[in-house]
Design a protein around this ligand. Structure first.
Ligand SMILES: Nc1ncnc2c1ncn2[C@@H]1O[C@H](COP(=O)(O)OP(=O)(O)O)[C@@H](O)[C@H]1O
Ligand SMILES: N[C@@H](CCC(=O)OP(=O)(O)O)C(=O)O
Length: 373
């Protein structure tokens, strides 16, 4: 529902709403969504639109019938579809729209992240509607976010939104995929996103959707742990938007956590990608999990992957191979090979220098214990 305290809202619109018939963009669902955006702005809410659909909108220009589209062709479809989609949205409004195309690197690199933040703020200050999508034309598997649910949650945290509304082809989270199980029941509210909630979520059943319910729960977890209420609602139904404007919940609401994660920890957990693994012994696991300690070289038994100082890594327990934590390593993989198992006071002797004036391999302020293992 449109809570009166929400000043800034990120609205995510899925591909099936943009191009429902595989024949390019359609006005069918976009008009009521556009009307909702207009109403929100009249009520003094700032709106950022995250619009999927570039590939779905561009597809009809290419004579390609198979379900699995090769990446090079997807990029071409996205290039033409993005243009059509922006034209469509622009025609719906009597205020200016701005195209903001992002990849994962734009959000995980500090400088680019700040640039995105400042640009969005300027656009909103000047009454422009930012319309965000992944930059699918250039994105590679390693560089892309991969789905717009997670992208929308990242945008919501970048711009300090109060709410994220995900408009889909389903009106919320069900106890099972309602397209497969007709007895599935809608869950109207979720206070905490647990392992059980993740277990309910399946993939996409549509020809154009990307992540299904799973990426929506991931997005809700990203957003709610940064203080952003998250709602999943059915964008097919004009009543959804009437409900929202009337302050009612038309789908599933995931409540913002009362104690949001500190920004640095949220960034490590939800934005940075792990480049390698540090395997540690039982004593180290105990120090990290029971005593909130920093990770020291003495507990390290193995290093996997190539990473530099400042990269994120996963900490794994050598016994049971569980993932324990994610954090920013202050040493490169090659430095860690030389100091693993050593007491901190011997680091300088092993390396011939102490690279960052600190003995912690991962400082506790830059480490998140992983609840989901
Ligand atoms: N537990 C669940 N509750 C609701 N929908 C689910 C669930 N598990 C899987 N789904 C599927 O997720 C789909 C929505 O995701 P998706 O197709 O990616 O849409 P969008 O294009 O809006 O992102 C639904 O149509 C449904 O088939
Ligand atoms: N960036 C892609 C959409 C990716 C995506 O997540 O799609 P969807 O599941 O429909 O929200 C595109 O514009 O085609």
């Amino acid at each position: 529902m449109l809570n009166p305290s929400w000043r800034r809202v990120v609205l995510k619109v899925g591909s099936a709403l943009i191009a429902p018939d595989n024949e390019g963009c359609s006005e069918r669902y976009l008009r009521p969504i556009a009307e909702f955006i207009r109403e929100c702005r009249l009520l003094g809410r700032e709106v950022i639109l995250v619009s999927s659909g570039s590939v779905a909108a561009g597809r009809h220009h290419f004579n390609f019938q198979h379900h699995r589209v090769p990446l090079a062709l997807k990029r071409a479809m996205a290039a033409v579809g993005q243009n059509e989609m922006m034209n469509f949205w622009s025609r719906c409004f009597d205020f200016p729209c701005a195209q903001v195309l992002l990849t994962h690197g734009d959000l995980s690199d500090r400088v680019r992240h700040v640039n995105v933040q400042n640009t969005l703020r300027r656009l909103l200050d000047h009454g422009v509607l930012p319309i965000v999508n992944e930059n699918d034309t250039i994105a590679t598997e390693e560089l892309k976010v991969g789905d717009n649910d997670n992208l929308a949650a990242m945008v919501a945290t970048v711009c300090h939104a109060d709410a994220l509304i995900i408009c889909s082809d389903v009106n919320g989270l069900y106890t099972a995929d309602p397209n497969k199980d007709p007895s599935a029941k809608l869950i109207p509210e979720v206070k905490k996103i647990s392992q059980e909630i993740f277990a309910l979520a399946g993939g996409s059943a549509s020809a154009v959707g990307t992540g299904g319910m799973r990426t929506k729960i991931e997005a809700a977890e990203k957003a709610t742990t940064q203080g952003v209420d998250t709602l999943i609602a059915d964008g097919h139904q004009p009543e959804t938007f009437q409900c929202l404007l009337a302050g009612k919940n038309p789908g599933t609401i995931f409540y913002a956590q009362k104690n949001p994660l500190p920004a640095k920890k949220h960034w490590v957990r939800h934005t940075l990608r792990a480049k390698g693994e540090i395997w540690v012994d039982d004593g180290c696991v105990n120090a990290l999990c029971q005593h909130g300690a920093s990770l020291l070289s003495s507990g390290i038994v193995e290093i996997r992957g190539e990473f530099e100082s400042g990269d994120a890594v996963i900490v794994r327990c050598s016994v049971g191979k569980r993932s324990i934590a994610k954090g920013v390593s202050r040493f490169s993989a090659s430095e860690l090979f030389s100091i693993k198992g050593q007491q901190s006071q011997h680091i300088e002797r092993c390396l011939g220098y102490c690279p960052n004036g600190s003995n912690a391999v991962i400082h506790r302020s830059e480490m998140m214990l992983l609840e989901r293992i």
